[in-house]
Unconditional design. Structure first.
Length: 389
């Protein structure tokens, strides 16, 4: 699956196209500086400046804004990488990438793009079989990521059979599409177990080796829902907000607690993407917040991973404005959330697990304790509560 290099994105002419055009022209300080120099040092430019003083004023403003953007981007890149350099070798199997939920959807596209580089080993963790034919450098492991014990068992197999992963892409996600009162306990627990808690359990398995080598990357696929929620998406948005906080806290801990400043962190905040998970989702902002193709989001993720740098992937670009939402007056915030009341009305996203039959990690742990007790081991109270010193 090759990268898309067309003039227009797959989504057609959208706000992103206009934004990129402005960034390359009006907001490009090189171009505005050329205009200012021409106005100052050429006869024709000086005459035009005298005839259009407002235009000259705007040229100055755009130049300063462009310089501010450049300086900000430079500082962002340096700070996010902790001003450290690191090299990723994608050519000889040294880099091993884990993609949760990589059997299909966005994760599947990520796997296909990474697998094109035969020197990169890709490991897929998913509860469903692969939905596409994968090359030999892709290794599939069926894994219920809501169970920390299952993750530990599969992680041991991965280390023995493939090697120590250097990149972890926490991509798997679920949505139930219910209101707060309609959601069962299992609905809510399942959503958080997949969208948030699994990030912790997977980090417990694979982060220590990255910290030890001071090399690696953790990618957190959150959502723009981390910044704004609407009716019938409260549990989903809450879990994604928690995933965003996981990313932010992990970034700080790598520098201040683990002495691993070269371990990169990436967060992905994508808008509505046309995957089976969000079938029936209603999008009324097609120009500024277009419905994204899975390939578009996957390409953005893979480009960031291959860059070897920390960062944030925001798609579409207009989603940047949502990061400001909580600084807006409450009448504006509440209005935006209420206007989204019809977004999930006809939602019928695909569910790959029967949640009513699903058991949480805690429930499975209790079952194992009971089995141990039945085998004549210590009492359940001893195992769960702990023996006093």
């Amino acid at each position: 699956m090759p990268f898309h290099n067309g003039i227009l994105p797959r989504e057609g002419f959208t706000g992103d196209v206009l934004g990129k055009l402005l960034n390359r022209t009006a907001f490009n300080p090189v171009l505005t500086l050329a205009v200012l120099l021409a106005a100052r040092y050429t006869k024709e430019g000086g005459q035009l400046a005298l005839q259009n003083p407002k235009a000259l004023t705007w040229a100055h403003r755009l130049f300063y804004y462009g310089v501010f953007r450049w300086v900000t981007q430079f500082l962002d890149a340096g700070v996010l990488d902790n001003w450290t350099k690191d090299t990723y070798d994608w050519s000889n199997g040294k880099e091993i990438v884990i993609v949760t939920g990589g059997a299909g959807g966005i994760g599947g596209k990520v796997v296909q793009l990474l697998a094109e580089n035969k020197g990169t080993k890709v490991v897929v963790l998913d509860v469903i079989p692969m939905t596409f034919e994968a090359p030999s450098n892709v290794h599939y492991y069926k894994c219920d990521i809501t169970s920390s014990s299952t993750i530990a068992e599969v992680a041991a197999k991965i280390r023995a059979e493939v090697g120590e992963p250097t990149v972890l892409i926490n991509n798997a996600g679920v949505a139930r599409g219910k209101t707060i009162l309609d959601s069962t306990e299992k609905d809510v627990r399942f959503t958080f177990e997949v969208n948030t808690m699994a990030h912790y359990w997977l980090a417990h398995e694979f982060l220590p080796a990255m910290v030890k080598k001071n090399h690696g990357m953790i990618v957190t696929v959150a959502s723009v829902a981390a910044y704004i929620t609407v009716p019938n998406m409260v549990d989903y948005a809450s879990s994604k907000a928690a995933a965003l906080s996981f990313h932010e806290g992990l970034t700080a801990e790598l520098k201040t607690r683990y002495n691993a400043p070269a371990v990169r962190t990436v967060v992905v905040n994508q808008g509505y993407t046309k995957t089976p998970l969000f079938s029936g989702y209603r999008n009324d902002a097609g120009f500024l917040m277009p419905s994204l193709e899975p390939e578009t989001v996957a390409e953005a993720i893979v480009r960031q991973v291959l860059s070897g740098h920390s960062g944030q992937v925001l798609a579409p670009g207009f989603a940047t404005t949502l990061t400001w939402l909580r600084s807006f007056p409450h009448w504006w915030q509440n209005g935006m959330r209420s206007r989204g009341q019809n977004i999930m009305t006809n939602w019928n996203g695909r569910q790959v697990i029967d949640v009513e039959k699903w058991k949480s990690g805690a429930e499975k742990a209790v079952e194992k304790v009971k089995e141990t007790v039945q085998d004549g081991a210590e009492s359940a109270s001893t195992v769960l509560v702990g023996r006093p010193e």
